[in-house]
Write a protein that binds this ligand. Structure first.
Ligand code: SF4
Ligand code: SF4
Length: 222
């Protein structure tokens, strides 16, 4: 899922400093699961904006709500539920949601309420870690299911750098060297010889460095 974190309240207050009616809009997708922008977090942010405005000696009308998803055209129409009730939206969806509202509602002012962090999962209560960088050319079948693109600090494709120490990454000793983990997993699963495979020069054209990417599924388009 997409992992996000709420922006600092001061940053959000600066965005809405001239707004009289704010809609704080959550999303019931990934940001609900990672406790960044679901209905509970929306209520909290709405209260913080009211309190912040109060402290500044002004009154802001704050409405809160949530859409099923903000990354789907059909659900953005749900904004009509609050028609005429806001001058600007603070979206607590990931950046995709903010972009979708901006794409589909050209006249609507929309601000990001969260920082979108990465594609990851919940490792333990309250802790999320990055697992995939969305490179568009998955090689997990060669690396024991562990991703060196996202989880090696140098995105190395042919085994560890020289700095791995005791199974820890030289860039950050708090994290495992993913190449050590790949090695150990391949060994455990009887595929250690895969470590000897020399990865061909990687085609990064599917990754996110050449402008916006698109997936078109002919079987689903109408
Ligand atoms: S190889 Fe690419 S698609 Fe596969 S998990 Fe890593 S970043 Fe994601
Ligand atoms: S120590 Fe391991 S994870 Fe860290 S940069 Fe080197 S190969 Fe990558």
């Amino acid at each position: 899922m997409i992992i996000a974190e709420r922006k600092p309240i001061n940053e959000i207050m600066e965005m809405v400093k001239d707004v009289k009616r704010v809609l704080v809009l959550g999303c019931k997708g990934c940001v609900t699961v990672c406790s960044a922008g679901g209905e509970r977090e929306v209520e909290i942010l709405a209260s913080l904006i009211r309190l912040g405005a109060n402290k500044q000696g002004r009154t802001v009308e704050v409405t809160d709500g949530a859409l099923v998803r903000q990354c789907d055209k059909e659900y953005i129409d749900g904004l009509d539920n609050w028609k005429g009730k806001y001058d600007a939206i603070v979206s607590m969806a990931c950046g995709v949601g903010v972009n979708f509202i901006a794409n589909l509602r050209p006249e609507t002012i929309v601000y990001p309420g969260v920082n979108t962090s990465f594609l990851g999962g919940s490792a333990e209560q309250g802790v999320w870690s990055e697992q995939c960088a969305g490179c568009g050319n998955c090689i997990l079948h060669l690396t024991g299911g562990l991703c060196p693109v996202a989880r090696c600090a140098k995105s190395l494709m042919n085994g560890p750098c020289g700095g791995s120490q005791g199974g820890r990454c030289e860039i950050n000793p708090d994290v495992n060297c993913i190449w050590q983990s790949i090695h150990d997993r391949l060994e455990r699963t009887g595929k250690k010889e895969d470590m000897l495979r020399v990865a061909p020069i990687r085609d990064w054209s599917t990754a996110g460095h050449g402008g916006p990417r698109k997936v078109v599924r002919d079987d689903l388009t109408v």
